[in-house]
Design a protein around this ligand. Structure first.
Ligand code: HEC
Ligand code: HEC
Length: 690
């Protein structure tokens, strides 16, 4: 990136910080010390995790200071930064990483775990990383992607970026709502045999008004299997006559199971088709595989923390399913979870909660002596960060965008790579009155019921556009909340146009070019339409990361994409090049150094002053937006006599709320005083023992 017009001193600082920000290690350790302090934990770039690791306490009551309800309502940018730091942090042995010495299946580092659909062959190498950013790290210090790890086949699976993760999750839940809206005519929150039979055999969802509807498959129950024939991106579970989830059911049998429920398993490249297998333990048939990996951001936190890091989350939120229909009440951040298909590993017993604040767990599934390795509050904050993550951008002019889109349209790439989606505004009055709501056993209207949209749940949008004159991307922070007199950031839950996602959120048969020869000898050719946003930065490409050029990954398209690829092949080279050029401009960027108007004055100033200090060019660093913003150390002279700016924090405790009642950790053992049985005696395992 060129830095026209930046004063030399500031430019030097940024070059220095860019240099420091790319060490061999892919993760962020804790570095809170000031430059010149003589301590090891110094980072003048200010990008490392500064706050000590203290388990966050989930609360419902926003008046409990430092609890997650308080942070999200009153200190939402601090909550975002704490969530960022959970996503980027290198967890340590003292946090309970891995299960060294444990006696469970997942024991020790780098073992094989998890059966493939054949029920025997191991699916992954588990217990292999201590941070999300170990794999999601290009560009470094962002929710990027790029790294392969040993999963499913000898070629491994490539980690996608998760910029815009909140938008993707909201669309997935919205598609589910639209499906229920069409099928669930009695508004019970699930689909009965009769409702399924009433369908005409297609399920059309319109991504944005006026766009071609997308068919998500046939909701009718196949008499041979007892199962609907949805697109493979949808995961189904089976329910009884009251809509209650029946564990291990493999279809609707008309006796024990009288209908089904579903979610759009939006995250992951694809796991082939569901297979029926004999469970040797129970002697009954079971359904294995299918769809993709996870349906929600919260699940894509506790799952990898467990699988890769050996950190087991205790999360009553994910299991809070009063109707027992397999769908939870919404998390604090606002997303329903799906306990029928996804359950976090630590099931308690719970102890230590109080009025308005949640308990922690004495459970220790991996037997390493560390309790509540990830707390319900940690998941709230990390989910909040993911919800609000900025989306990828287009590094070109609107005319260039339109020209590229026209090429994709012309070759029918957009038959799958659907450009735009609309997030529907919140439905104020659920359309459920007088509609047999209680039939499904549901006492009240929750968002698990059909027909109700929850709106854009984010706090803010970062609108990123190309400044052609300066030849750079620029951001603008757009608040999606109204500040109340009591300091509450009331989210608006309005509509939002998601432009340039380039996915239909469905899976397709892509033929031999993309075939995965799995460890267990199965062959997979069914993949979700990879969203193309960020694809220009997304090196390498494909589920296996085996394509080292965009041209190669396009050439691998066959199966349902055969005709489209043939059009691309037949096009003049200049048009092909123009398309690849367009794809290269669908980029990620470094969120925290992107020039960005954060104060809404319509300008990006070169000397943005925060807490009395010149922080250089205005940029989106959440620390500037805390109620007590971070005050940086400022100008310092390094050992070579050069002057530069230290972005270390001089007011760490006040800015990061380390003394708030529900965050205070007097003995620094990661257990907040409100949970710690011995708040003055360090004990990393359970507050007492080391
Ligand atoms: C060992 C490497 C590794 C680690 C550690 C890891 N991931 Fe991933 N992640 C992957 C891979 C590979 C995939 C794709 C898996 C698949 O579909 O088969 C993925 C997929 C995802 C996706 C879905 C993206 C998409 O476009 O479908 C999200 C979101 C995600 N990871 C978030 C996280 C978070 C949050 C953490 C930490 C709590 C994490 N990951 C830790 C490798 C990793
Ligand atoms: C039938 C649906 C379909 C059509 C049509 C289609 N694609 Fe794809 N595309 C996919 C799927 C599915 C994947 C993911 C492949 C995988 O998982 O490895 C993909 C992957 C890609 C990728 C790589 C994304 C990544 O993150 O690795 C690019 C680039 C791409 N497509 C471009 C195109 C272009 C250009 C066209 C038109 C010439 C096109 N696609 C037509 C379904 C389609």
């Amino acid at each position: 990136m060129s830095l026209p017009g930046w004063p030399a001193r500031v430019a030097v600082v940024f070059l220095v910080s860019a240099g420091l920000a790319a060490p061999a290690s892919g993760q962020y350790a804790e570095r809170s010390a000031l430059f010149g302090s003589g301590e090891p934990g110094v980072d003048v770039s200010g990008r490392s995790v500064k706050n000590p690791r203290v388990r966050a306490v989930h609360t419902d009551d926003p008046t409990l200071e430092g609890g997650t309800a308080h942070l999200i309502a009153k200190e939402p940018f601090l909550a975002y930064q704490l969530g960022r730091n959970l996503n980027f942090r290198e967890f340590r042995e003292r946090d309970g990483t891995f299960s060294v010495g444990g006696s469970q299946l997942l024991t020790g580092l780098g073992n094989l775990a998890g059966p493939m659909p054949d029920d025997t062959t191991a699916k992954i190498t588990a217990q292999n990383q201590a941070s999300c950013t170990a794999c999601h790290n290009q560009p470094y210090g962002n929710p990027g992607g790029g790294i392969n790890f040993a999963k499913d086949s000898g070629r491994g699976r490539n980690s996608p970026h998760y910029f815009g993760a909140g938008l993707v999750e909201m669309l997935a839940i919205q598609v589910r709502t639209e499906i229920l809206h069409q099928l669930d005519t009695d508004r019970s929150g699930w689909i009965s045999e009769a409702e399924a039979a009433a369908s005409n055999g297609t399920l059309l969802v319109v991504p944005t008004p006026g766009a071609t509807p997308l068919d998500f498959g046939d909701p009718r129950i196949d008499p041979a299997t007892g199962r609907p024939q949805f697109n493979n991106h949808i995961k189904v579970w089976y329910v009884d006559a009251r809509g209650q989830w029946v564990d291990d059911a493999v279809g609707v049998d008309g006796v024990n199971t009288r209908g089904y429920n579903l979610q759009l398993q939006v995250w992951g490249w694809g796991q082939g088709i569901e297979r029926e297998l004999l469970d040797e333990e129970t002697g009954f048939l079971d359904l294995e595989g299918g769809a993709a990996v996870n349906p929600t951001n919260r699940a894509f936190l506790w799952d990898p923390w467990d699988t890769h890091g050996g950190l087991e989350a205790f999360d009553p939120t994910s299991l809070d399913d009063p109707e027992n229909d397999g769908v939870s009440t919404p998390s604090l951040v606002g997303a329903i979870q799906f306990p029928a298909t996804h359950q976090p590993p630590d099931k308690g017993p719970a102890v230590g909660g109080g009025a308005g604040f949640a308990p922690y767990s004495l459970g220790d599934p991996d037997n390493d002596g560390y309790e509540t390795e990830i707390s319900e509050g940690d998941l709230d904050l990390a989910e909040w960060f993911m919800l609000n993550l900025p989306a990828p951008a287009f590094a070109g002019t609107p005319a260039e965008y339109d020209a590229g889109l026209a090429l994709l349209d012309g070759w029918d790439c957009t038959g799958c790579h659907v450009a735009d989606w609309s997030i529907r505004p919140k439905t104020r009055r659920p359309e459920l009155q007088g509609t047999g709501m209680t039939q499904g056993g549901g006492p009240s209207v929750t968002s698990s019921a059909g027909g109700r949209f929850v709106g854009d749940r984010r706090l803010f949008d970062v609108e990123v556009t190309w400044d052609d004159a300066d030849g750079r991307l620029e951001g603008k922070l757009v608040p999606l909340y109204d500040l109340q007199p009591d300091g509450t950031h009331a989210r608006r839950f309005g509509g939002f146009e998601v432009e340039g996602l380039f996915s239909d959120l469905r899976q397709h048969e892509l033929g031999a070019g993309f075939a995965e020869f799995a460890y267990d000898g199965s062959v997979q050719t069914l993949w979700r339409t990879a969203p193309l946003w960020g694809v220009g930065t997304g090196f390498p490409w494909g589920h296996d990361g085996a394509s080292l050029s965009l041209r190669d990954v396009i050439a691998r398209h066959g199966g349902d994409a055969e005709a489209s690829r043939a059009l691309f092949d037949a096009a003049p080279v200049a048009a092909q090049e123009a398309l690849i050029d367009f794809l290269r401009k669908l980029v990620l960027y470094d969120i925290e150094t992107l020039p960005c108007d954060v104060d809404g004055d319509g300008a990006i100033v070169e000397h943005f002053v925060v807490a009395g200090m010149d922080t250089g060019p205005e940029r989106f660093n959440a620390e500037w937006l805390f109620t007590t913003p971070v005050q940086i150390q400022g100008p310092v002279i390094n050992a070579e006599g050069e002057s530069l700016t230290s972005f270390a924090a001089t007011n760490l405790s006040a800015a990061y709320g380390l003394e708030l009642t529900y965050r205070r950790d007097t003995d620094g053992d990661g257990w907040p005083d409100v949970w710690d049985p011995a708040p003055n005696q360090a004990g990393f395992k359970n507050g007492v023992n080391d």
